[in-house]
Design a protein around this ligand. Sequence first.
Ligand SMILES: *Cc1c(COP(=O)(O)O)cnc(C)c1O
Length: 452
Amino acid sequence: MSKLKYESPVIKKMNAGLMNKFGTRTEYQPLKHIDGVAVKDMIAKYGSPLFVLSERKMRNNYQAALRAFKTRYPKVQFAWSYKTHYNNAVCNVYHQEGSWAEVVSGFEYQKALKNGVPGNKIIFNGPDKSIDELNEAIKNDSLIHIDHFDELYTLIELSEKAVKKPRVAIRVNMDTGIYPLWDRFGFNYENGTAWNAITKIVASGKLNLVGLHCHIGTYMLAPWAYATAASKLCDLAWHAKNQLNNPVQYIDLGGGFPSANTLKGAYLPGSDTVPHIEEFAEAIASTIIAYGFKPDELPLLILESGRALIDDAGYLLGTILANKRLSDGRRATILDFGVNMLFTSFWYDHKISPAQDFTHHSEDQVLYGPLCMNIDVIRESVNLPLLNKGDQVVVHKVGAYNMTQWMQFIAMRPNVIMIDMKGETHLIRQKETLQYLEMPEEMPLHLKEFKL
Ligand SMILES: *Cc1c(COP(=O)(O)O)cnc(C)c1O
């Protein structure tokens, strides 16, 4: 039997109450396997830290969301939000499931095309589309979602020389009862700007108004806000048909459905408080169906859900570098991954599980990343078993946004792997090297040499 490690005694304040429905010890289960693959084997093979994606979980999430909407509404189409996670292997999982692409920049648009998404199944959102990008989107019959009047006028101008009539929708912002209002994108509903844009498009005769779009926020906890949004879009669609004789083919409610992560400062864990995707589907579908369209004239319902479909399919594996006592006596644990690769730790209290068995000691501790920067804190205070140098941990629900918002500040980005349906692991993004990092750099001649 190996000798147990000595842990110095500490005095602990006991907190009564403050439990969630699973009791107080939910973070005390070791997580040794993901989809049947051993955490320690993955770290041994691919290094630490390491991002892991579960293909099974992604497909299950997609199918559950599609089922939730399809059983309540006859015509449903999902479009994968590239900015949520644009690794090509990840995008192709959703495309294989039947998802179109939703992009908010020129390079995302190119990625979708290169992945093989037909141009007419790419939705082009965002306030910044260049002339070249718009021309290409027109040529490819893509769905161009107009953000502002300047873009609308540009499109009318471009349509003069284009061989095809651009297919467009407008992005609408509105008061959904959630504050602060997201009114910086698109045209406002309440003050009439959205209707103004619609009439201009139809009157121009140059653009084909095929849809109406909104994206009311992200990590939205209120299904009724979507009912409000759906009803306002239906209202515009109704008037476009009856007043302008321009029925729209689709209504796009965007994304924003929450994952089960826990927001910082939340009283209860996200898994207890976040509504199920079926509640959002119910709110949206019942509103559109009850609005008054004839059954054969119901618009196609498009959804651009990102976060809710991938967050819990992503894990970050890491290793303990050291632990120390802070001057106030608190225990601090230093991990080998920081906020540069876990951007979402700024607003989520990510659940973290040890990846091996541990003693029955536990202590409130602060989890630091390895960066030389004071804000590099993964958890300000979490009660965890005592983790020691070389121990491994798993961070849960990191699939959304981290692998697009990450940066190589101080530490470079690590390997990313996917576990397929059979439990095989595949490298889907190599860890970065100094050569990769310096590739775009140029050295002026006069700075090439120095003597010290
Ligand atoms: C970011 C974004 C989405 C995806 O949002 P999630 O919160 O990840 O579901 C969808 N549509 C648009 C226009 C977006 O900007």
